[in-house]
Design a binder for this molecule. Structure first.
Ligand SMILES: [Zn+2]
Length: 394
């Protein structure tokens, strides 16, 4: 504990997040409770107080460190801590640069010449040396199952329309999720019309709403986190493919661990503030580690061997979706960065491959392509037979 803190204060730039996770969620509760740090209203369960479930916690942290991993789908029965674990991320989320401009301009938006590619208003600000962004913590935005399309994409604000006789377009949940995490519990039960809206926004990074003469376009680049109980229905393949990582979540089998879960939940239920304050220092430390890992990620590359093994694996498993290796390589980089390394190796591929590659194979597509290849062969044979005849010259 004190080693980690002194490492940090000595300016050691090596993230020890992976160590913290592997130590079993840091079961060490601090001796002296820290002072109340002004915790948020709904006081989520502390991430580090979750027992076991290493793969679920690793997957969630990797996607927080590197949003390019493409989100996480948690698959398992009720009562296994999926929602608790997702909500517990709240206290670990890093700060990101958020545009202050309605068009969402960022200083990193560059045109082909490497000059800033921003709106005229922001150009003026940049020229005057004024900031066009500010720092904001990443948020966890939840999409309730009973949301209507207008809640999700935005629409006319009915209250203002009725009270003030003015029509105003309001941005929806998808716009609020921009640069944030979008969490959908029971994602397999979501209306098709909402799934389509989410898939469109995810594909384009923005979406447009039209209501009568009014049009609004909103940025919407979010990390999708979903959870589902497969007993309650299947998930459409299009949205399944959108999740970078998939993690099956089962109840713990170790009885001692189950008892520890019981004790933690009991302490949390009895006095949330107190329980959280006991974990506050460790939580603050982990949040610091997330920030370090995100910095490290900027310079973290894949080793040649890691690329070779990763691509061979995808080929041998017969996976078509290119999202598979994209998620796997980005998760491997995030894992290396969370371990303070600037090179992701085969060990990282081995650790993240199951999360990135499972449930990517479709027997339907395997059969479909086999039939198609057979048909193509037949076409080639027919052409060969025809042109080899006397009447045809090639
Ligand atoms: Zn702008």
């Amino acid at each position: 504990m004190s080693d980690i803190l002194s490492d940090l204060s000595a300016g050691a730039q090596r993230s020890r997040l992976l160590d913290m996770l592997n130590e079993g969620g840091a079961r060490r509760v601090l001796r002296a409770p820290s002072p109340d740090l002004g915790l948020a209203e709904h006081l989520p369960f502390p991430f580090l107080a979750i027992i076991g479930q290493l793969e679920m916690r690793t997957a969630l942290l990797l996607t927080v460190i590197n949003p390019a991993v493409g989100g996480v789908l948690l698959i398992g029965p009720r009562g296994t801590g999926k929602t608790t674990c997702v909500r517990s991320l709240t206290d670990l989320l890093p700060y990101v640069e958020v545009s202050t401009c309605p068009e969402g301009c960022l200083p990193s938006d560059l045109d082909d010449n490497g000059d800033p590619d921003v709106c005229p208003e922001c150009q003026k600000k940049l020229a005057a040396g004024e900031p066009i962004t500010h720092l904001e913590p990443v948020k966890l935005v939840e999409l309730p199952l009973n949301a209507r399309l207008d809640d999700v994409v935005g629409g006319v604000n009915e209250r203002i329309a009725v009270q003030q006789g003015r029509i105003r377009l309001e941005r929806g949940i998808l716009a609020r999720a921009d640069q944030n995490l979008l969490y959908i519990d029971e994602v397999n039960l979501l209306d098709d019309i909402l799934v389509d809206a989410i898939l469109d926004a995810a594909a384009q990074g923005s979406y447009t709403v039209r209501r009568g003469a009014m049009v609004g376009t909103y940025r919407s680049r979010f990390v999708l986190i979903g959870s589902m109980n497969p007993e309650e229905g299947r998930l459409r393949p299009q949205i399944m493919d959108r999740f970078g990582l998939r993690v099956p979540v089962q109840g713990l089998t170790d009885l001692r661990e189950r008892y520890e879960v019981y004790q933690h939940v009991r302490q949390y239920q009895r006095n949330r503030r107190r329980f959280l304050s006991e974990w506050a220092a460790l939580t603050a430390e982990a949040r610091e580690e997330v920030t370090l890992a995100r910095e490290m990620l900027k310079v973290t590359e894949l080793s040649e061997q890691a690329v070779e093994v990763g691509l061979s694996l995808v080929r041998q498993l017969g996976i078509d979706s290119h999202r598979a290796e994209y998620a796997m390589f980005e998760a491997a980089r995030a894992r290396a960065a969370s371990d303070g390394r600037d090179l992701a190796d085969i060990g990282d591929i081995r650790a993240v491959a199951p999360m990135a590659l499972r449930q990517r194979r479709s027997q339907f597509m395997v059969d479909y392509f086999e039939r198609q290849n057979a048909e193509d062969d037949t076409i080639q044979e027919q052409i060969d037979a025809l042109v080899s005849g006397d009447n045809w010259e090639e």
